[in-house]
Design a protein around this ligand. Structure first.
Ligand SMILES: Cc1ncc(COP(=O)(O)O)c(C=O)c1O
Length: 466
């Protein structure tokens, strides 16, 4: 890393001028940034020329890696033709229409319309508004409480951050807002009771959900938001039978369900949608990230027929559907997204994910033998290891010990970018184009980082596990 002390370095200028998202701002003033300058395939390069495997595809999003020329061409072509237009007041553009058609053809739910926004937070905010609007329109103004899950991640705007079930997204932001409530996290490793089987755990979560709905009053509960695999909360997979059990409860009380596919959508779990992998049949889908392989910001909300008709009629009564973003359905982003989806099909990216996933999962699960790893979990091309102080008791390290962050830094030294999440969970979510030999290289680098972490943990006297 270049020294942030050099006053004209990019690092020093960054410290001087940029307010960083998801960063300890105090530390940043001395540690400075990693300046990423270029990318090729699954690799990115810093301004010193050092190579890193991007083990997180950026933020779980650059599915086609960092040098896909066809996407650059799609952007240039659309930029030359029409660099901007919008969809307000009966306007449209070709790429938006074609992308909506394409998403409808891929959708696992019987779809009426597609609404475009710029990112996952905006898509989820849109959904909350749509659901409230819908319930007002159908004469159910009291049916407004939205449920999501502890450790769920749905974004950072006021409503979507309220859906998010992580303390750092609420603390001192005066969140969550009223009418957004959190229910159980389905993480069997962490939250099962002693001796409880997976089936018993699922049954208990479904009972708890029903009790929660009863306490709120079923007439007050509008919707339930869930990621098929919980991403930023720690790559948490639902236990077997979870979604069917939860959905039976939701159906009983006329509660709409949303699958937040912002990470899982477009092949990440080996199917087009994470909902398909886990037998989840939602009413709505929100998606973003791999929709455009992250080359330009775009997200989409998939709206079913039965909801659309009510919303349509209500907008007719009011005179407009009073919602929309200046850059929602940006034609350049839509053209890039359309090309991305075509590439996923032309190159059979789903087939590729399913071919490489066994190697990825085998290398991941082997990490469970390491003295620091309490659980190694994953599906498709997404996974995580949870580092613990004691494997037998599953005791975590003190959050202040910074074990996950240390591991992330050691990985960076080894030329691997991964993500340390709360609870010392290390996430892996490489570009979907990764090959088997690159998977091996990723885990070889990570194993070296883990060895360094173990030595550091012992040196610090933190380890009760070795
Ligand atoms: C599942 C999920 N939903 C929503 C979001 C928010 O998306 P954005 O950061 O584009 O607003 C994210 C971002 O990581 C996500 O992982």
């Amino acid at each position: 890393m270049p020294s942030p002390q050099l006053p004209n370095s990019m690092a020093a200028r960054d410290i001087a001028h940029v307010l960083h998202p998801y960063t300890n701002l105090v530390k940043h003033e001395t540690a400075g940034p990693l300046v990423i300058e270029s990318g090729k395939g699954i690799y990115v390069y810093d301004d010193q020329g050092k190579e890193y495997i991007e083990g997180m595809a950026g933020l779980w999003c650059a599915g086609l890696g960092f040098s896909e020329a066809a996407l650059v061409d799609a952007a240039i072509e659309q930029m030359r033709k029409l660099p901007y237009y919008h969809g307000f007041g009966h306007k449209t553009t070709g790429p938006v229409v074609e992308l909506a058609e394409k998403l409808k053809s891929l959708s696992p739910i019987k779809l009426a319309k597609v609404f475009f926004a710029e990112g996952g937070s905006g898509a989820n905010d849109t959904l909350i508004k749509l659901i409230w609007y819908y319930n007002n329109a159908r004469g159910r103004p009291e049916k407004k409480t939205i449920l999501s899950r502890i450790k769920g991640y749905h974004g950072v705007t006021i409503a979507s951050a309220s859906l998010t079930g992580l303390p750092a997204n609420h603390r001192d932001f005066d969140l969550p807002i009223a009418r957004i409530k959190h229910v159980d996290c389905p993480h069997y490793y962490r939250f099962a009771e002693t001796g409880e089987s997976e089936a018993e755990f699922v049954a208990r979560l479904a009972r708890n959900l029903e009790d929660f709905i009863q306490a709120e009053g079923p007439d007050n509960v509008a919707a339930f938001f869930a990621e098929p695999v919980m991403g930023a909360g720690g790559v948490i997979l639902p236990p077997k039978g979870y979604f069917p059990a939860i959905q039976a409860v939701l159906k009983k009380y006329d509660i709409l369900s949303v699958s937040d596919e912002v990470i899982c959508g477009f092949g990440r779990t080996g199917n087009w949608w994470g909902a398909q992998t886990f037998d989840y049949q939602p009413d709505f889908i929100s998606c973003a990230k791999q929709l455009s392989s992250a080359y330009l910001p775009i997200s989409a909300v998939l709206v079913p027929e039965h909801v659309y008709e009510v919303i349509r009629d209500n907008s007719g009564k009011i005179g407009t559907f009073g919602h929309g973003f200046t850059y929602g359905g940006h034609p350049v982003a839509a053209a890039v997204a359309l090309r991305t989806l075509q590439i996923y099909e032309e190159r059979n990216i789903l087939g590729h994910v399913n071919a490489v996933a066994p190697r990825f999962q085998a290398r991941l699960k082997k990490l469970a033998d390491h003295p620091l790893v309490g659980e190694a979990r994953g599906t498709g091309l997404i996974g995580a290891t949870e580092l613990v102080a004691n494997k037998a008791t599953r005791a975590s390290f003190a959050p202040t010990a910074g074990v996950g962050a240390a591991c992330m830094n050691f990985a960076q030294e080894e030329g691997l970018i991964i993500r340390a999440m709360a609870g010392d969970v290390i996430g892996f979510c490489p570009p979907m184009i990764i090959t088997e030999s690159e998977v091996d290289e990723l885990f070889d680098r990570f194993e070296r980082a883990l060895a360094k972490t173990l030595a550091w943990v012992s040196q610090q006297g933190l380890n009760a596990a070795a």
